[in-house]
Design a protein around this ligand. Sequence first.
Ligand SMILES: NC(=O)c1ccc[n+]([C@@H]2O[C@H](COP(=O)([O-])OP(=O)(O)OC[C@H]3O[C@@H](n4cnc5c(N)ncnc54)[C@H](O)[C@@H]3O)[C@@H](O)[C@H]2O)c1
Length: 396
Amino acid sequence: MAKRPLNVGLIGGGKGAFIVQPHQKAIHFDGTRRVVAGALFPDAKIAMEEAEKWPYPIKGYGSYDEMIATQAGLPEDQRLDYVLIVTPNHVHYDPALKAIKAGIPVFCEKPLTVTLKEASDLVKTVRKNNIPFGVAHTYLGHWTSRFSRYIVRSGLLGEVRWVDSYYIQGWLATKLEDTGQMQASWRTNPKLAGGSCCGGDIGTHALMQLRFVTGLELKKVSAQMETFVPGRVLDDHFTVYCELNNGAKAMVRASQICHGHKNDLGIEIVGTKGTLRWRQEDPECLIIHLPGKPDLVYWRGAVTPGDGFLPKEMPADLMAEPTIPSGHPEAFHDAFARLHRCFEADIRKWQAGEKFACDGSKYANVEDGWMGIAFIETCLKSSAKKGAWTAMPKKI
Ligand SMILES: NC(=O)c1ccc[n+]([C@@H]2O[C@H](COP(=O)([O-])OP(=O)(O)OC[C@H]3O[C@@H](n4cnc5c(N)ncnc54)[C@H](O)[C@@H]3O)[C@@H](O)[C@H]2O)c1
């Protein structure tokens, strides 16, 4: 018999909010999850009005405190199965901590928190409570990101020598925040965004893509966090030269002032035997360059094991991952759905008292979120010293 759908509560998402929309579509993607409740706005009255206006019926709460406290009092099988946190960065830590303590799994937007102390607290609390926790690094959800991870980690490109991981945008090339545009206003305000705009907002995605695909960690960084738009306080251009733990070098770079670039996230990995290239704006396709050979172009859904580059035996879970036939393009919403689907699988195991993974192999976990904040804090220190090489803290 089909299992009941998982019930999800939203924290944030009212009044024209952005990222809640892809998430709520992705939650409903498989029919096995649904949004049933929400604390959608900081003001209680508006939060209730926004819940009333939601396109399908949900139970509104005046605040996330009220939602979590009410849910914590319910029997386990009637409680929300997870909460999704889609608020600005400074409102991640408090609801996440309260939900975990109330026994409710959390799927939280990135960057995880605004300080490393808060991120460390969350890691410790998640471990103590042994509860599923995911961080919404969207682009890990593309099948081609998983495929890239397999190619690089299984050594098909040899030893990694160089990585260029980037996320380039142009939407903050003017002082958009002065127009009152909601997303620009809080991202450029250090009280709400944290110590970095560009680095925290999108540099953390570039870092996560590098770590997810290569399995390598950063040893030290030399960072330049620059502000090109006059009058802006936080960085809008973020360039970080990195040394990795295998001795390789990497560039993790991001920008929000590059006219013409929309969501130009991509990665190029250069190994001793070949190079891999992937861009999220063209997410179905992955290119491999091998010396002296024609380029290999792989399309999601049309990958043949044993083709001369790929081995005959490929990981069963990678090849069996639900996708639609090639040529029916998967994109942004599919990536989000894959993250929620994998998070659901861990929650169902956790609810059944079984061992659950939450190991960062299918979606980012709380330790990955911590690493993003550790990266930003280390870059801030390096940048303040004009790009001096600065060691990353030890893994938590
Ligand atoms: N994974 C991705 O690709 C991706 C993309 C965009 C944004 N994000 C992240 O998602 C988060 C939200 O970004 P956004 O662009 O959707 O922001 P937004 O400004 O569009 O939406 C934020 C929402 O949070 C609500 N909110 C603020 N404080 C609240 C509180 N105390 N209680 C309840 N609701 C509250 C706001 O009213 C609004 O509805 C940020 O952390 C951002 O970094 C991630």
